[in-house]
Design a protein around this ligand. Structure first.
Ligand SMILES: [Zn+2]
Length: 276
């Protein structure tokens, strides 16, 4: 098996060499380490890892939860990181109307648009975090009102990203079939995480079963969202093999075939990773 973990957070493992050895043993040959750090001050850590380990590639970006920190200085730092050949995407960026303590909507949208412009200037794809307030607490729902993160996100993408003709990834895709169709139409890949294996995720499972085979990816979002049968444990890149098996079964193909096509899609999206 030849697997790629298209989205993981590697900053905080106590024994990263062991985590990478586990990944290799599970057939995970490439990892995309997300460079949001514990906030913009450490968003370069993933890139440091990418320089230290040939199988790791990195992103850099300001998560919507940190949008209030998107100062001119931080955006300048991101512009510099984006030049690095081992930084293959900008992210995770987007909108999060789920958590009550997130920055307000205008602040989130301004940080998102500023980063779309940095990605465009660097000519690099983006990886998107989008979370609606559908299942949020009543207080969070009251804060974000009738605003819908998916509607706002797709609107901003149409306005600022589609004209660039650059691709992107909907990370941990957790939307509905309509949002999937509109993401695909906008040139995005859908990346499925461990939550696709959870029994209540029937809509995500439908999307994972039916999305075009040349536009799907798999990821762990480690250390979060461990797939069944490891749900509740600390997730790690090796566990993407479980998600691969699950999605393969949904699609009626072998795990090897699913691993092959998602790895090929990653290479199409990020041609510079193919030489590794
Ligand atoms: Zn993430």
């Amino acid at each position: 098996m030849h697997l790629v973990d298209s989205h993981c957070h590697l900053d905080n493992y106590e024994d990263l060499p062991a985590i990478l050895a586990n990944a290799r043993a599970a057939g995970v040959h490439k990892l995309l380490a997300i460079g949001i750090g514990d906030g913009p001050a450490t968003m370069h850590h993933a890139l440091d890892l990418a320089h230290a380990h040939p199988e790791i590639f990195a992103t850099a970006g300001i998560h919507p939860q940190e949008a209030h920190q998107a100062t001119p200085e931080v955006l300048a730092k991101l512009t510099t990181l984006a030049q690095d050949p081992r930084c293959i995407a900008i992210g995770e960026i987007g909108l999060d109307y789920y958590h009550l303590d997130n920055p307000d909507i205008p602040t989130q949208q301004a940080a998102f648009v500023a980063q779309l412009k940095i990605a465009e200037a660097a000519g690099k794809p983006i990886t998107i975090h989008c979370r609606t307030s559908e299942l949020a607490t009543p207080q969070a729902k009251a804060k974000y009102g009738s605003a819908d993160a998916w509607e706002d996100l797709l609107h901003l993408i149409r306005q600022y990203w589609t004209p660039t003709e650059l691709p992107g990834i909907m990370h941990c895709f957790s939307g509905n079939e309509d949002q999937a169709a509109r993401s695909l139409a906008a040139g995005f890949y859908l990346s499925f995480a461990g939550n696709v294996t959870y029994p209540k995720s029937t809509t995500i499972q439908t999307v994972a079963a039916t999305a075009p085979s040349d536009r799907i990816l798999i990821e762990t979002d480690a250390p979060f969202l461990a797939p069944i049968p490891l749900r509740g444990q600390t997730n790690e890149p090796a566990y993407v093999a479980h998600t691969a098996r699950f999605v393969a079964e949904l699609r009626g193909i072998s795990p090897e075939a699913l691993a092959g096509l998602t790895s090929a899609n990653f290479g199409t999206l990020f041609p510079t990773t193919l030489s590794v």
